[in-house]
Design a protein around this ligand. Structure first.
Ligand SMILES: [Mn+2]
Length: 394
């Protein structure tokens, strides 16, 4: 059976909304034409409560796929999730879609509508010409709870079937940031293939001596050096154990670094680098200019602003550097600390939050730090958020 693995579409992602839709559409089309079944390890949506317009995008993406003739079909389901179709498109919610226990998440909605099979924590059986494939999935949850959930639910391969373990978490070897992240050898053993979302560049590794694949996101999100790589999906053949990475058309991303001295001669260098990055293909790439050294003089700020204006029709330009306020500022904080490579702002915030609580010696009972973080970050007003957090704690 040929299984397409594609992930992290981030539909509704504000900065590159159209890219998110168009690139997800291409990835799905390539997956459908090259595979018998599709598995999606999380973050179809950028937000746990997407607006109707964004839900409409997702419905448009999956409706036609649900009507085509598939090589494989779903023949069994056991566990928690939404199983209302035999269409072999199987997804888990990611960290961006995670909601409080028993609240409906947007991936679950697609499952309820019968457009996909949604897994919260379940085993799905697929069949094609007598060959059986089991997809055992656990939806994205707070990193520090994942090990516990794995221990409690004890995910196991299915005998007589090629078994895939699908999850959406930080893995310590790939994000050596927090000791609470699961390590590769702590993942449940015995599966034939391991598949994860969450990390936005593609990863080809091993777990328990078996293949471990992360396709990466289909859309650019963090504007870091690693994201200059090709976007795409994997297709894995269970019969031969072979697989390939299939690239999709994605907006080009070029990172330009410029050193700024005391004078402004480097500005010409910036322009030259921008011209080079934009090239002549007319595809309006994303160009992120990172200014190093001293760029605090008002003159430099102004000139860079003018450059940004001059090129706005030819490129999506973001400029960042010391003393420069730009839309890139928000991503700046985490790109300057290399250890946060691959980590979203939200995960980073959560890490800081947990660390602060630890320093203060807070011990947790039934309410974990992630639930508290969610309560504090989801409510519209500060008062409401604090009241909700206190309700949970007391
Ligand atoms: Mn993601």
């Amino acid at each position: 059976m040929r299984i397409a693995i594609l992930s992290d579409f981030h539909l509704g992602y504000d900065r590159f909304r159209e890219d998110a839709f168009r690139q997800a559409q291409e990835a799905l089309a390539r997956a459908a034409s090259g595979a018998d079944a599709l598995i999606i390890p999380g973050d179809i949506f950028d937000n746990r409560t997407p607006k109707p317009d964004v839900i409409a995008e997702a419905i448009n993406l999956f409706r036609d796929l649900s009507k085509r003739t598939w090589g494989a079909k779903v023949t069994g389901f056991e566990g928690k999730g939404q199983h209302y179709t035999d269409i072999p498109i199987i997804a888990i919610p990611g960290t961006h879609e995670r909601r409080a226990q028993d609240a409906a998440d947007p991936v679950g909605l697609l499952g309820l509508a019968g457009l996909i099979v949604g897994i919260s924590n379940a085993t799905v059986m697929l069949e094609k010409d007598g060959e059986r494939v089991a997809v055992v999935g656990i939806g994205g949850i707070a990193d520090e709870r994942f090990k516990q959930v794995v221990a409690e639910s004890d995910p196991r391969p299915v005998e007589g079937a090629f078994s895939i373990f699908m999850f959406h978490e930080s893995v310590y070897e790939l994000l050596p940031f927090n000791e609470s992240f699961i390590k590769q050898d702590e993942l449940p053993a015995g599966f034939d293939l391991y598949v994860c979302g969450h990390i936005h560049n593609s990863v080809d590794s091993q777990v328990h001596g078996k293949k471990f694949l992360i396709p990466g996101s289909t859309v650019l999100t963090q504007l870091k050096a690693g994201e200059q790589e090709k976007k795409g999906l994997y297709i894995y053949d269970t019969k031969t154990g072979t697989y390939e990475f299939i690239g999709i058309e994605s907006r080009r991303f070029v990172l330009v670094k410029v050193k700024m001295g005391a004078d402004t001669t480097a500005l010409e260098g910036v322009e030259r680098e921008m011209e080079k990055a934009i090239g002549s293909s007319g595809d309006r790439p994303i160009v992120r200019v990172v200014v190093e050294g001293d760029s605090t003089s008002p003159r430099i700020g102004m000139e860079l602003g003018m450059l940004q204006k001059k090129y706005q029709d030819k490129a999506v330009v973001e400029v960042s550097g010391p003393g420069i306020s730009s839309t890139a500022k928000s991503v700046n904080a985490d790109t300057e600390a290399p250890k946060f490579e691959n980590m979203s702002i939200k995960d980073y915030g959560m890490g800081v939050f947990i660390e602060k609580l630890r320093q203060k010696g807070v011990s947790f009972g039934k309410v974990g730090p992630a639930d508290l973080f969610d309560a504090l970050s989801l409510e519209g007003s500060k008062d409401k958020a604090i009241r909700k957090a206190l309700d949970m704690l007391l």
